[in-house]
Design a protein around this ligand. Structure first.
Ligand SMILES: NC(=O)c1ccc[n+]([C@@H]2O[C@H](COP(=O)([O-])OP(=O)(O)OC[C@H]3O[C@@H](n4cnc5c(N)ncnc54)[C@H](OP(=O)(O)O)[C@@H]3O)[C@@H](O)[C@H]2O)c1
Length: 342
């Protein structure tokens, strides 16, 4: 909307030669799966608010809702294709007829089929940023990135990304074809990517896209014990850090966030988002965090974080938190790069 009254957020370049994108992006995953029921009209209104606020990197994946998330985005993309940078992902194979089935697929043949299915569901001619969602170490990275590079040559994809890989893996991939973005979990609670991913990204000019920057909502204080407070199918009920004794211990770690939020007249969500932006500066990086929400008011609250600057004292208060978090990020960490880094 050209005559929007909203103040647009500032922009940064994606990778070394990509488009300029809003300094905060949008994660669409929760609209279709993992975080309880969705009011679809409110979610559509939230999508409209992204472009109004200058949030242009829209993030989905083929597995979110088994394709439903990509399909949900299609009408929004039809109306706003030129205003957004569209990112989706392949590699996690799940099946509607077998809920327990999950495989990490990185073969060229799988990638070629996956991109066609995503293009069809999104109803677009080209995907701006195509990520490998997870690495399967049994498939040579050069083979997978080589297949992804062919998609660029064929005009199906513009830029390449990798999710949850190590710094050495990012370098290996970059040697095959430039990589525009590294997407990994990064928040006050989750800093595994700082082991090697961010230094490689800084050196190569790769934009880091922190996912779950609000700790899947835990850092906002909107729930404390997932097991007791969230609905039956909510994924967070199965995440070790959000249930039982771990959740109680981890909720206590939020105290400095509350204190800093009060001092800024801000919310803890905004402080968590401001932290990722400033932590990236320490590493000499460009970051575009992609918080997810299905509510317009929260989207605007989150973009407000781009205007908050934390002092050195405040950053020091937040520094020790991640090292004290009880419980893993996932029930099964075997598909994340950090397991292979230990
Ligand atoms: N590459 C990967 O492996 C990977 C993994 C996970 C996620 N992702 C991507 O990253 C995106 C973001 O991550 P995420 O959705 O897992 O976690 P997140 O952004 O850290 O948190 C999302 C949760 O926080 C709530 N929320 C958002 N803003 C809020 C606010 N201001 N106040 C209170 N609550 C707020 C949302 O609820 P409402 O929706 O009800 O507002 C939702 O439950 C996803 O959408 C997805 O695109 C990628």
């Amino acid at each position: 909307m050209s005559n929007s009254p909203l103040e647009k957020i500032s922009t940064v370049r994606l990778g070394t030669d990509g488009p300029r994108i809003g300094v905060q992006g949008f994660g669409a995953m929760g609209i279709s799966e993992f975080y309880g029921d969705t009011d679809e009209a409110a979610a559509r209104d939230t999508l409209e608010a992204t472009v109004e606020a200058g949030v242009t990197l829209i993030d989905t994946a083929d597995i979110y809702g088994l394709g439903a998330n990509e399909q949900f985005l299609a009408p929004f993309l039809a109306a706003h294709r030129d205003e957004v940078t569209l990112a989706t992902k392949f590699a996690i194979d799940r099946r509607a007829d077998d809920p327990s089935y999950r495989a990490i697929e990185n073969s060229p043949a799988y990638i070629k089929k996956a991109v066609e299915a995503s293009l069809r569901r999104l109803d677009v001619d080209v995907i701006d940023l195509y990520y490998m969602h997870r690495r399967n170490p049994e498939v040579p990275l050069a083979e997978s990135v080589g297949a992804m590079a062919e998609l660029v040559a064929e005009g199906k994809v513009k830029y390449l990304g990798l999710s949850e890989v190590t710094g050495p893996e990012l370098r290996e991939a970059y040697a095959v074809h430039p990589i525009a973005a590294l997407q990994s979990e990064w928040s006050v609670f989750s800093r595994d990517v700082e082991r090697s991913g961010v230094s490689a990204a800084a050196e190569l000019g790769v934009t880091v896209v922190p996912y779950s920057p609000l700790g899947r909502g835990f850092l906002t204080g909107s729930f404390a014990d997932a097991g007791k407070e969230l609905s039956e199918g909510d994924f967070r009920r199965f995440q070790p850090r959000f249930t039982g004794d771990n959740a109680v211990a981890n909720a206590a770690l939020l105290e400095p966030l509350h204190k800093i939020a009060a001092a800024h007249g801000a919310t803890t969500a905004q402080i968590a988002l401001a932290w990722v932006q400033q932590r990236a500066q320490v590493h000499g990086l460009t970051v575009v965090p992609i918080p997810g929400t299905r509510k317009r008011s929260r989207l605007l609250e989150n973009t407000g974080a781009t205007r908050i600057t934390l002092s050195a004292e405040e950053l020091a208060l937040l520094e020790p938190i991640a090292g004290q978090v009880a419980g893993d990020r996932y029930p099964d960490m075997s598909a994340t790069s950090t397991v292979r880094e230990q």
